[in-house]
Design a protein around this ligand. Structure first.
Ligand code: SF4
Ligand code: ZN
Ligand code: ZN
Length: 308
C-alpha cells in the first residue's frame, strides 16, 4: 500500500487537518489516531454484542501471517491487557504452499514476538504426512474434483482446532472480516448449506467454538488499520486464491459495495435473520466431532480418500 496522503480533510472527531480516511458509511473523516481508536472500539463492541469471549477464556488466534490476522492479533493483544484472567496465544498453519507460506509464517512469528504473544506453528506435513502442494498432485484429489482452497480450507481448520485443543484453548478467534463473512454466507447459498451453521459466532457443542471479532469490520478498514499500525504486508498472494469458488463472489460483492456502500452490512443482517428463522441445529461430524454440514465433514472425507 502507498503512503497515506493527507488531502486537506479535517478529522471529524479531533479537528486534526491530517485526516487519512473518510468513511463511506457516515461521511465522517478520521485522522490516524482517531481511526485506530474507533476501529478498536468497534471490535470491542462486536465481541460484546455477539458474546464472543468469556473473561477467563484461553483464546487461540488463528494467524495466517497475512495483514488481517496480524491486525486481529494486534487488537486482541491490546484488549487482553484489560482481562488478566484471559490467555492469548497464536496458532499458525504451514500448509506447505511453495513460494508463498514461508514468508507468511516468518511474518507471523516475528509479529507475535513483537507483541509478546506465544505462537505455535503446525504444518500439514507434520499432521497429515503430506503438504498441500503434494496433495493436489494426487489422483484421489483429482477424482474428488476439488480445487486447492476446497482442500486447504477444511484441513487448515482441522489443523487449527487440533493445535488449539492441544494447547487447552476454549475458543478460536479468526480474522474473517465483514466481507469474508458475507462471502461465506453466499458460498453456502450456492452450496445449498445456508442455515446449518452460523459463520463466526460462538456455539455450544463438543468442538471448540470459533468467533470472528472483525465480523462488523469491512476489509478496507482492516487493511487501513494494519497499514496505520505498521503491520507487515505479504509480498505475494497465495497462487491458488484465483481458483477458489469464493473468488468470483468476492469480485462481485466488492464491486457492489463500492457502488452501494453499506450493502455488506445489509446482507449480513439478512443472513442473520435467515439463520434465526431456520433455527437448524448444528451438526457435528461423526468422525472428528467438528461442526459440519453433513454427517462426515469435508476434511475427514479428504483424509479418508488419501488413506485408501
Ligand atoms: Fe489455502 Fe486457498 Fe487460502 Fe491459498 S487461498 S491459503 S490454498 S485457502
Ligand atoms: Zn482525530
Ligand atoms: Zn470430520
Amino acid at each position: 500500500m502507498q503512503a497515506v496522503k493527507h488531502v486537506g480533510m479535517v478529522c471529524g472527531l479531533c479537528g486534526d487537518v491530517r485526516a487519512v480516511y473518510r468513511s463511506p458509511y457516515s461521511g465522517k473523516a478520521y485522522c490516524r489516531g482517531c481511526f485506530i481508536e474507533a476501529f478498536e472500539k468497534r471490535v470491542v463492541r462486536t465481541i460484546s454484542a455477539y458474546r464472543m469471549f468469556r473473561r477467563d477464556d484461553r483464546i487461540a488466534v488463528a494467524v495466517s501471517g497475512g495483514k488481517d490476522s496480524l491486525a486481529l492479533l494486534n487488537v486482541l493483544a491490546k484488549i487482553e491487557r484489560g482481562y488478566p484472567e484471559a490467555k492469548l496465544f497464536a496458532v499458525t498453519v504451514d500448509e506447505g504452499i511453495e513460494g508463498y507460506r514461508t514468508e507468511a509464517v516468518e511474518n507471523a512469528v516475528k509479529f507475535a514476538a513483537r507483541l509478546d504473544v506465544p505462537i505455535h506453528v503446525v504444518s500439514f506435513e507434520e499432521l497429515y504426512g503430506i503438504t498441500l502442494t503434494e496433495m493436489m498432485a494426487r489422483p484421489e484429489i483429482t477424482r474428488l474434483g476439488l480445487q486447492p482452497c476446497s482442500v486447504c480450507g477444511p484441513l487448515r481448520r482441522k489443523a487449527i482446532n487440533y493445535a488449539a485443543k492441544k494447547l487447552g484453548a476454549t475458543v478460536v478467534a479468526t480474522a474473517h472480516t465483514l466481507d469474508d463473512i458475507v462471502q461465506t454466507y453466499m458460498v453456502k447459498v450456492f452450496r445449498g448449506e445456508l442455515g446449518f451453521a452460523d459463520v463466526g459466532l460462538r456455539y455450544d457443542g463438543p468442538a471448540i467454538p470459533r468467533v470472528s471479532p472483525f465480523r462488523l469490520s469491512p476489509e478496507r478498514e482492516v487493511v487501513l488499520y494494519a497499514f496505520l499500525c505498521g503491520i507487515p504486508f505479504q509480498s505475494y498472494a497465495c497462487p491458488n486464491a484465483v481458483k477458489s469458488m469464493r473468488d468470483p463472489i468476492r469480485t462481485f460483492l466488492t464491486a457492489y459495495e463500492e457502488r452501494h456502500p453499506g450493502s455488506l452490512y445489509s446482507a449480513l443482517r439478512s443472513f442473520e435473520r435467515v439463520k434465526t428463522i431456520q433455527n437448524k441445529r448444528l451438526v457435528f461430524c461423526e468422525s472428528c466431532g467438528e461442526p459440519a454440514s453433513r454427517s462426515i465433514c469435508r476434511s475427514c472425507e479428504i483424509l479418508a480418500s488419501l488413506a485408501r
